[in-house]
Ligand binder design. Structure first.
Ligand SMILES: Cc1cc2nc3c(=O)[nH]c(=O)nc-3n(C[C@H](O)[C@H](O)[C@H](O)COP(=O)(O)OP(=O)(O)OC[C@H]3O[C@@H](n4cnc5c(N)ncnc54)[C@H](O)[C@@H]3O)c2cc1C
Length: 221
């Protein structure tokens, strides 16, 4: 019988880890707390949900993120080919249809007989070999355990969130579709501005009403 490894967290890291373990012949029991308990940033119960941008950035090996992808592919990364299989047009970047991506990841995991998914928040560890992959929005109980193991009382994560612009708020007489840096098709919607227009836009943006922060986003400094 295959040795069992617990993977806590069904995000990007947990899914890659589980697929690597399954490929190497281990049995995997994955614990994912969604949808019973949500994180505040995830909006579905899907595995490997991309919480913000759907772009995994450049595929060009002359850029840092492109080189990293080349290296990941050489190392047998499991998620990148699935990202390629759910690619949407975005010039030289690798952007994905997030629902299709999650579906491909779930199918890949479920294709192994010795994979089990448990929808449950893990609040304590036992002696089973375990990978903690609970991400930046680790639940309180698990953050406490990680704090005890690492000897750090608190760990913090700060990030910006990509704004989403409603398509019907755009004046298409002024905006136009085009490529980026002459690569790919007409994949991006461009909003051209003169310098004074850009400066007015910038000032309006930085002075605009901002979103109300979630509790987990409040500054701890
Ligand atoms: C608001 C926000 C915006 C972000 N924007 C970007 C971006 O644009 N680009 C980018 O590259 N990265 C972004 N990130 C970082 C992003 O979270 C990571 O890139 C990526 O999702 C990390 O993958 P992960 O597997 O480590 O964590 P996640 O994808 O978050 O997966 C962790 C999983 O663990 C589960 N979990 C947590 N605690 C428990 C528990 N106790 N028991 C069981 N399950 C548990 C969660 O439900 C979650 O599904 C953003 C993060 C946040 C919070």
């Amino acid at each position: 019988m295959s040795e069992l490894v617990k993977v806590i967290g069904g995000g990007l890291a947990g899914c890659e880890c589980a697929l690597q373990l399954l490929k190497a012949g281990f049995a995997v029991k994955m614990y994912e707390m969604r949808p019973m308990k949500n994180t505040g940033a995830h909006s579905t119960d899907r595995l490997a949900e991309l919480v913000c941008s759907n772009s995994l950035k450049s595929e060009e090996p002359t850029t840092a993120s492109g080189l990293l992808k080349e290296e990941l592919n050489l190392l047998g990364c499991e998620l990148l080919p699935l990202a390629a299989g759910s690619k949407v047009p975005s010039g030289s970047a690798l952007a994905v249809d997030r629902e299709k991506f999650s579906e491909l990841v779930e199918n890949a995991l479920q294709s192994y007989d010795n994979f089990e998914l448990v929808r449950e928040e893990v609040m304590e560890l036992d002696s089973t070999p375990t990978v903690i992959a609970t991400g930046p929005l680790t639940s309180e109980a698990m953050a406490k355990i990680v704090g005890e193991i690492s000897g750090k009382k608190r760990l913090f994560f700060y990030d910006a969130i990509a704004p989403i612009v409603a398509a019907d708020s755009i004046d298409y007489d002024k905006a136009y579709f085009g490529g980026r840096y002459g690569k790919g098709g007409e994949d991006y919607l461009n909003l051209p501005m003169q310098r004074d227009e850009y400066e007015a836009f910038y000032n309006a943006l930085v002075e605009a009403q901002t979103v109300v922060l979630h509790d987990f986003e409040k500054s701890e400094l």
